[in-house]
Design a protein around this ligand. Sequence first.
Ligand SMILES: Cc1cc2nc3c(=O)[nH]c(=O)nc-3n(C[C@H](O)[C@H](O)[C@H](O)COP(=O)(O)OP(=O)(O)OC[C@H]3O[C@@H](n4cnc5c(N)ncnc54)[C@H](O)[C@@H]3O)c2cc1C
Ligand code: SF4
Ligand code: SF4
Ligand code: SF4
Length: 406
Amino acid sequence: MIRYQTTQSKYDCCGCRACEQICPKQAIEMKTDEEGFLYPHIILGKCINCELCNKVCPIEHPCKPDSHPIQIIAAQHKDLAVLQASSSGGIFSLLAEYVLKHKGVVYGAAFDENMYLRHIRFDDENKLEKLRGSKYIQSDIGKTYLQAKEDLKAGRLVYFTGTPCQIHGLKLFLRKNYDNLFTSDLICHGTPSYKIFAKTLKHIEQERRGKVFSYSFRDKNIGGWSCCSSSSFYKDNKSQKNNYLKYDRNMYAYFQAFIRGHLMRYVCYKCPFCHVHRSGDITLADCWGIYKFKPDFPNITGGVSLILVNTEKGNVVWNNICTDVVQMPIEEKDAVANNANLRRPTPMPSEREHSYVNAFIHYPQFLKRYQPKTKEIIMLYAKYYLRHTPVFYCLYRIVKRICLKK
Ligand SMILES: Cc1cc2nc3c(=O)[nH]c(=O)nc-3n(C[C@H](O)[C@H](O)[C@H](O)COP(=O)(O)OP(=O)(O)OC[C@H]3O[C@@H](n4cnc5c(N)ncnc54)[C@H](O)[C@@H]3O)c2cc1C
Ligand code: SF4
Ligand code: SF4
Ligand code: SF4
């Protein structure tokens, strides 16, 4: 039986739903806790003690420290439109395009029409757009491990993307190696619950009197390749017109609370996947710090991905797509030094205990805690207008480069 059933400790489950999907007796139900995270509950009357659920649990059986990246690369998609729509260097899109060209199927996280984040399956290039961009919430895996298994058995090439615990959960769920499975994981800061994100949406909608239908956590049109740049689109209730929203205090508060590590699922603070021994064939991340160790990389401000090629399969796929990327090899020490979640889980702050209660019961307090100070708002707007005025933008880039070289 899964460890979580006996301990009921929230540090023992990442919510990947592998146990639920493997159970031959449908004896596992996923239930949402008060913070909005899914946890498994075993219906003891249905359970036959076959132990399958335990065998596929990625928290019980994390990656063995026997793999090491074959190569580590800083990379950027050559197509500027795709690059602009992606959170870092746009490499996910390139991998997905490669698989779709080979009549494969892609699985990843996308918002549905109710702005619920779930893993979806698609084999049509038009849907690729929905997967682009990091969504800093836990994506509901649903029954996608079962769907992927069907695709694999049918001989389709399958590209499955997700957080490291989701990718490792999939591999344990499948219980055998498939040559036609290709996976990419992420360096992962952690995941807040859908419920807290929904709370943010609700407040935006109340204040703006409209319905949010699209949300970008990192909109490069605002802050370029950076972290604090969320935006959304909402339809105005009265005029029915679509409006673009940026620098909203609710969006800002959510992102601040996420980035400071105040909203993660409990297991994320003890995440067993924060190291270079990866489960995915390729690991995708942001190449933070590249200004320092590869200042000559062209167009850094457009966004650069950090790529860990972890397996031979990953290497073959990489060699097939690399003509479409600008790339430079980088050293492991630089990657590790500049990406904290490649060396340790996000530390749990003392605020974590109350952050959800504050957000659900005392929302004004939550907002006050994380909303930007007047000085920060002025800086954000100044940066935005500098970025969108070509002469100032060139000057800004030159000054930044000089400062970073010092
Ligand atoms: C929750 C989360 C935490 C992250 N933490 C870090 C970090 O600490 N350091 C770092 O360098 N990079 C982190 N990343 C990765 C980074 O933000 C980019 O997603 C990554 O560099 C890929 O960028 P891209 O430009 O190639 O593709 P993009 O188009 O930006 O990314 C799309 C891909 O991300 C997947 N994805 C998006 N949201 C989710 C989600 N909620 N759950 C599972 N998969 C998702 C999609 O399925 C798709 O495969 C994180 C991503 C997520 C989702
Ligand atoms: S032990 Fe077997 S039957 Fe019982 S919950 Fe786990 S998978 Fe289902
Ligand atoms: S298999 Fe996944 S959902 Fe089930 S207990 Fe383990 S981590 Fe939790
Ligand atoms: S931090 Fe670890 S446990 Fe949390 S979502 Fe990411 S991979 Fe899963």
